[in-house]
Design a binder for this molecule. Structure first.
Ligand code: ADP
Length: 192
């Protein structure tokens, strides 16, 4: 099962992706998590990433495309995965679509988490107190939401228009367990 999760920062798509990936025993490919892991290195790239991510800006398409394509061709991905945080720009989605075509990859399901930006802000501020993520501050939240509206929302619309049969919107303001059930119901149907 291969899936893409779209949604603004703080919509809970990462939480759901983690739970579903564990349940189905597939990989959770979160570009945010992959990048955050790189921050522990002490090279030039990690310094650049720190600066970009703590301000809430997007890392370059070139870096991200390379990271993702290396992952997607690896053996661990053969049983399936959830793409969380990718593609995030039109250029990334063009890259992914051509990569999929060249490697005969078909995306089974696309979930788009919809939520009011006011709730998102409250959730991220709450999360910042618990998780201490360096990009969970007020300035960066604004930049990330703006980036989502400008860059990622059009990508989700593209997938909604071109993959309408596999595309499902999710009301992300609901409880974690409720969303989980809703996702599993659609996934089970997709498996049959
Ligand atoms: P959120 O969606 O809550 O902002 P993520 O964990 O998905 O958090 O991403 C954190 C940061 O990592 C982003 O603000 C951005 O700087 C970087 N990032 C993640 N995915 C991408 C991507 N596909 N393209 C560019 N930058 C990315």
């Amino acid at each position: 099962m291969k899936m893409i999760f779209f949604g603004p920062p703080g919509s809970g798509k990462g939480t759901q992706a983690k739970l579903i990936a564990k349940k189905l025993n597939i990989l959770h490919l979160s570009t945010g998590d992959i990048l955050r892991d790189k921050l522990d290195d002490s090279d030039k790239l990690s310094k650049q990433l720190k600066k970009i991510m703590s301000s809430g800006n997007l890392v370059s398409d070139k870096i991200i495309n390379q990271i993702i394509s290396n992952k997607l061709i690896s053996k661990v991905c053969s049983t399936g995965y959830i793409l969380d945080g990718y593609p995030r720009t039109i250029s990334q989605s063009e890259y992914l679509l051509s990569f999929m075509k060249n490697n005969n990859i078909i995306i089974d399901l696309i979930f788009d988490f919809k939520i009011d930006f006011k709730i998102v802000k409250e959730r991220i501020i709450h999360r910042s107190l618990k998780e201490k993520r360096s990009d969970d501050n007020l300035d960066s939240i604004k930049t990330r939401i703006d980036n989502y509206s400008k860059e990622t929302y059009p990508v989700s619309q593209f997938f909604s228009n071109n993959f309408s049969q596999n595309y499902f919107t999710i009301d992300a303001s609901q409880e974690v367990s409720h969303i989980q059930k809703e996702l599993m119901k659609i996934i089970k149907k997709g498996e049959n």
